[in-house]
Design a protein around this ligand. Structure first.
Ligand code: PEP
Ligand code: MG
Length: 569
């Protein structure tokens, strides 16, 4: 993540420029592809006077939706194809068309589609299992059919046919699963913040991204130039601006170099560089990169759209494949982190007024020991099958008692290393006690920032408070590191802060032993670490903590950094 400060530079006369928050560095120029929101049904739509004609129209629309989904499935990435094929089957199901037809007698066509989809969804849910998991696909068909009936573009990420810049109000994980990453040059969104899904996705893809771009209303095909560092989005850039952007991108690539050396400061102090992954496909991509292992495997990403808990055998197969992909490098697996911003249908404990402060992470694991135990059993089986260097950690640990409870369950299964994520200030301040019963800690700076600053991480409007350069957050991290260092236990960072080159220097200075991030960020972090000594990193950490605010902290670090590299920081 880059410095989340709004761009303030004045545009050149005649240049139309918008400013947002740069959340993934780099420069890109290309045509805009606009993600349309799902349409609502029209409540004022009259009942059709010609019923047979209305029915024929709805059937034709469903037919077109099915054809469109089938055509996309043919060229979609492997992981997205089954979703599109399932959608095509639903759209072509005569039972859906019959239900809509019956409703047309009492309501307009868009509402009939909406109501019929609701009835069909209830039926699928009652069947459970695979059928219940198709509800999301059904809702997608519903939205596409309503869009066609209303004469507006179909919602979601359109098929990219050329290298393009994706423009959206916001991006949800399910939407981006269909994205052809090889053709996506940059992301620009109106909502979102530094730890939003857009930022995480952009980091995984290694492309520039700008969020919180207000007044974003571009028509598809408009040429855009995006600077993911400063947060500038230039509309219809001149040939000079385009050449300038291409030159900057080339200079950045040269500075990043192609070293594959293990992470270390200039004077050889090791800081392991690790990958954050969420799926087996991520693991396979990351394993080919110059990383020293996995610092965070977000296992809940495997199950986001599942209606039922995955069976132990299925989990074992996935974990075994991930461990094999990385062997002999170590892999840190995080147990299910469900709840709050990552709701899972099969791990829902009911509505809560404040989900982020409720039973999420390990708290949910303690309420649903069946889910946690199944996962640990699957991990133990994968460990037995591979003998890999497997570390297992729990999310959202607050107390020493919770840490000990988790460690006992991990060790009871013969798993070699138990750890905790430090995401709650309570655990950071008492890390010496919390880490007593475990082998390692990993700082989840996304949540640690949220809880330290009392600012919802999903609220893009609170980006200033969520800035990981906030000196208060650095103080809390420093406390966590001091406890771990006193015990001689490894303490890594796996939140977005770990992939910010400037913060990586500060974190190394505070004593972290590893930094885990989306793999495209590793090159910049490796380059800046190798250019500064541990003593310089410590000096930077002290300067950042002494600053009055995040911008001052960053400026203080820049002033101490090698000037040749400031463009990377
Ligand atoms: C974090 O909170 O920093 C973290 C790594 O966990 P997640 O982003 O998955 O909540
Ligand atoms: Mg977290």
């Amino acid at each position: 993540m880059t410095n989340p400060v709004r761009a303030s530079a004045e545009p050149d006369p005649g240049v139309s420029m918008l400013s947002g928050i740069g959340v993934s560095r780099g420069f890109a120029t290309g045509p805009a592809v606009v993600v349309s929101p799902p349409p609502a049904f029209d409540p004022a739509e009259p009942v059709a006077t010609d019923q047979p004609a209305a029915s024929a129209r709805v059937r034709a629309v469903l037919h077109d939706v099915a054809d469109g989904l089938r055509a996309r499935a043919e060229t979609a990435p492997d992981n997205a194809r089954p979703v599109l094929e399932a959608g095509a089957m639903i759209a072509g199901d005569p039972a859906l068309a019959d239900t809509i037809e019956a409703l047309l007698a009492t309501m307009g066509p868009t509402r009939a589609v909406h109501e019929a989809a609701g009835q069909y969804a209830a039926l699928l849910e009652s069947l459970g299992g695979y059928m219940a998991e198709r509800v999301t696909d059904l809702m997608d068909v519903r939205d596409r059919a309503i869009a066609r009936l209303s004469g507006v573009p179909e919602p979601g990420v359109p098929t990219l046919t050329e290298p393009s810049i994706l423009v959206a109000r916001d991006l949800a994980p399910a939407e981006t699963a269909l994205l052809d990453a090889s053709l996506c040059l940059a992301l620009v969104t109106e909502a979102g913040g530094p730890t939003s899904h857009t930022a995480i996705l952009a980091a995984q893809l290694g492309i520039p991204a700008v969020v919180q771009v207000h007044g974003l209303a571009v028509t598809p095909g408009t040429l855009l130039a995006v600077d993911g560092g400063s947060g500038q989005v230039i509309i219809d850039p001149s040939p000079e601006v385009r050449t300038g952007f291409a030159a900057k991108q080339a200079r950045r690539a040269t500075m990043l170099g192609d070293s594959r050396a293990p992470g270390a400061t200039k004077d050889g102090h090791p800081v392991a560089l690790l990958a954050n992954i969420g799926t087996l496909a991520d693991a396979e991509t990351a394993a080919a990169q110059a990383v020293e292992g996995v610092g965070l495997f977000r296992t809940e990403f495997l199950f986001l759209d599942r209606a039922d808990a995955p069976a132990v055998a299925e989990q074992t197969a996935t974990y075994t494949a991930v461990l094999r992909a990385f062997a002999p490098r170590h892999v840190v697996v995080r147990t299910l982190d469900a709840g709050a911003d990552k709701p899972l249908a099969f791990a829902d404990l009911g509505a809560e007024a404040n989900p982020a402060l409720g039973r999420r992470g390990l708290r949910l694991g303690r309420a649903r020991t069946d889910l946690l135990d199944d996962q640990l059993d699957a991990l133990a089986a994968a460990y037995a099958a591979t003998g890999a260097d497997l570390w297992v950690m729990a999310p959202m640990v607050a107390t020493a008692a919770e840490a000990a409870w988790f460690a006992e369950r991990v060790r009871a299964r013969g798993l070699p290393r138990a750890g905790v994520m430090i995401e709650v200030p309570a655990a950071a301040l008492r890390s010496r006690q919390v880490l007593q019963a475990v082998d390692f800690a990993s700082l989840g700076t996304n949540d640690l920032g949220q809880y330290t600053m009392a600012a919802d991480r999903l609220q893009g409007e609170l980006a200033d408070l969520l800035d990981p350069w906030q000196p208060a957050v650095l103080d809390v991290i420093a406390a966590a590191c001091a406890g771990a260092t006193a015990l001689g236990k490894p303490v890594g960072v796996c939140g977005e802060a770990g992939g910010d080159p400037g913060l990586a220097l500060v974190l190394a200075g505070l004593g972290v032993t590893s930094l885990s991030m989306a793999t495209p960020k590793v090159r910049a972090v490796r380059t800046v670490l190798a250019a500064h000594t541990l003593a310089q990193c410590q000096e930077m950490a002290a300067a950042a903590r002494a600053a009055t605010g995040p911008a001052e902290a960053r400026a203080a670090v820049l002033a101490l950094a090698d000037p040749v590299l400031t463009e990377l920081l």
